[in-house]
Write a protein that binds this ligand. Structure first.
Ligand code: FMN
Length: 200
């Protein structure tokens, strides 16, 4: 059985362009392979807490040594990590908000990057511990950034996932969605086609 972890992040909910691409991709994966379990989180509708001192400390304390309060603080991050560990495929809807990923996605990143669990440092540098997974990332933006110095999204997401050991990352982008009907439609058509190819 394949497990897909899907993370949506649009403030427009299911109507968001990134949500629609990710939702359609997962629907097509389900059509192609019925034996798929989907764990779906809408991080915009139900954001995870920001990391703070208490949560960070609790997360790094081993479960048997946590106080009851720390156990409560660490429960969310533990669950998010378990979901990610269980996933064979990670589908991320990544709208561009203020030139980078949505803060809801960044908050999720902050919880799942846990030293000793999802990555570790070795004499040779960092080593990701989440191997054997594939990620599909749907990046949408009002402007156009691909291939420029202002593309903070793709390099950042790619680096973060790679840091955790997820090196097989496919990106689909729909850019220029605020640059007029013609540009927007062309970008969505192209992204839709790329999405379908990936799902096949
Ligand atoms: C709060 C907010 C901030 C945005 N910031 C940017 C930005 O910095 N650069 C950009 O190109 N588009 C920006 N946009 C446009 C979105 O990237 C665009 O609407 C995209 O379709 C969002 O994806 P979504 O429909 O899945 O939410 C912003 C939109 C919102 C709502």
């Amino acid at each position: 059985m394949t497990t897909i972890l899907q993370l949506n992040n649009s403030v427009f909910g299911d109507n968001g362009q990134s949500s629609q691409l990710a939702d359609e991709f997962v629907a097509k994966r389900l059509e192609a392979e019925p034996n798929v379990r989907v764990i779906r989180r809408d991080l915009a509708a139900e954001p995870v807490d920001h990391l703070n001192g208490e949560r960070f400390k609790a997360a790094l304390t081993s479960p048997e040594e946590r106080s009851p309060a720390q156990a409560r603080e660490a429960a969310l991050a533990d669950t998010l990590i378990e979901e990610l560990q269980a996933a064979d495929e990670v589908v991320i809807a990544a709208p561009t908000y203020n030139f980078n990923v949505a803060s809801t996605l960044k908050a999720w990143f902050d919880h799942v990057a846990r030293a000793g669990t999802t990555f570790r440092y070795t004499e040779n540098g960092p080593q990701g511990l989440l191997t054997g997974k594939t990620a599909y990332v749907f990046v949408t933006s009002g402007g156009q950034y691909a291939g420029t110095d202002l593309d903070f999204q793709k390099p950042y997401i790619q680096h973060f996932l790679g840091f955790l050991g997820i090196g097989n990352v496919h990106f689909v982008r729909a850019e220029g969605l605020a640059m007029g009907e013609q540009t927007s439609q062309a970008a969505l058509t192209e992204a839709g086609e790329a999405m379908q190819k990936l799902a096949a």
